[in-house]
Design a binder for this molecule. Structure first.
Ligand SMILES: [Zn+2]
Length: 319
């Protein structure tokens, strides 16, 4: 009996250790930057690219002068109805997966081993992505009918490279969701933003689920177009999905972001948003997303939990 119990405990330890293995994720590659003549690298800062010289980025990287650049002004009256109704549902967010603060000098960003998501691009092709990072801009980068919002979050997803998905057939290696935020003086502070500003909180967030933001929306109307990165190297590889309904953000947290971008030599007026780019004939589609928001538990986690439970039950019988 004791032997059976010991065997069970060993098997649990073995299983528990396998769940902690580092997950390797393979992404479809992004194109290399095409630097302008005489420029070999362009880092963020007073001598590189910054928000004071945003009108001249194409003098550093040629792509920034391309005709499919972002952000854009979304004119809602010219958007055509999208023939699909996509779901926003991040799969397999394990409770022990953390999001770590990334040290980017031009934004506030979390990176992590995020969940998988399927996204339909503007041509109707379904592409599988990993949610890779999210970061913020203030004020917003996109405008809707000419209107700026106080803050915009970008959820960046990069296409998955594996046996089932051919990267050569993926037009946009990235899908980025843009979510708008409007100041509401006494809105509840978002827990997920606190590690960026509170020295007493570690730079990791464990309890946050990417589905959370979408569940707060009562209207999931979005606008969809082909565009680019809004920071260097401005690569024109982004399937953009910009949500219409802004979420609230407290005056307190909005001010924390603005204070983070206080260096006026690189952030004029405490802004880290690129100016609006020309649409150049691109089509804008309009749709409504389904946000089921149900996060599945990974198989390995549930089987571990099942084994633990069955071992406890079995041990009770044996002893
Ligand atoms: Zn961004």
């Amino acid at each position: 009996m004791i032997f059976v119990l010991i065997l069970s405990i060993i098997s649990i330890i073995v299983l528990a250790s396998t769940t902690e293995e580092t997950i390797t994720r393979n992404y479809c590659q992004l194109p290399d930057a095409v630097f302008a003549d005489g420029v070999s690298a362009a880092d963020f800062g007073t001598t590189g690219w910054n928000y004071a010289n945003a009108e001249n980025w194409e003098q550093l990287v040629v792509t920034c002068g391309g005709s499919y650049q972002s952000p854009i002004d979304i004119v809602t009256t010219v958007a055509n109805q999208e023939p699909i109704q996509p779901q926003i549902h991040y799969k397999n967010k394990a409770s022990d997966v953390a999001y770590e603060e990334a040290n980017k000098p031009y934004t506030k960003e979390y990176e992590g081993e995020y969940s998988e998501i399927e996204v339909t691009d503007a041509s109707g092709l379904v592409v599988r992505y990993y949610a890779k990072q999210f970061h913020i801009h203030t004020p917003s980068e996109h405008t809707i009918d000419g209107k700026y919002f106080d803050l915009e979050i970008h959820f960046v997803h990069q296409a998955i490279q594996d046996e089932e998905q051919d990267c050569n057939k993926v037009k946009n290696s990235l899908t980025v969701f843009g979510l708008m935020f409007t100041e509401q003086a006494y809105a509840t502070d978002y827990e997920v933003f606190k590690p960026w500003f509170d020295q007493n909180v570690t730079g990791e967030v464990e309890s946050f689920d990417l589905n959370d933001f979408f569940q707060k929306m009562t209207d999931t109307t979005y606008y969809h177009y082909n565009g680019s990165l809004t920071t260097l190297p401005c690569s024109q590889i982004v399937n953009w999905i910009v949500f219409y309904q802004p979420l609230p953000i407290s005056t307190n947290q909005l001010n924390l972001f603005r204070t983070a971008f206080a260096d006026s030599t690189v952030f004029p007026l405490k802004r880290n948003n690129r100016p609006i780019q020309h649409l150049n004939g691109r089509k804008i589609l309009k749709g409504t997303a389904l946000t089921t928001g149900v996060t599945e538990i990974p198989d390995v986690q549930s089987s571990y939990a099942y084994l633990l439970l069955s071992t406890i039950v079995m041990s009770a019988f044996i002893l």
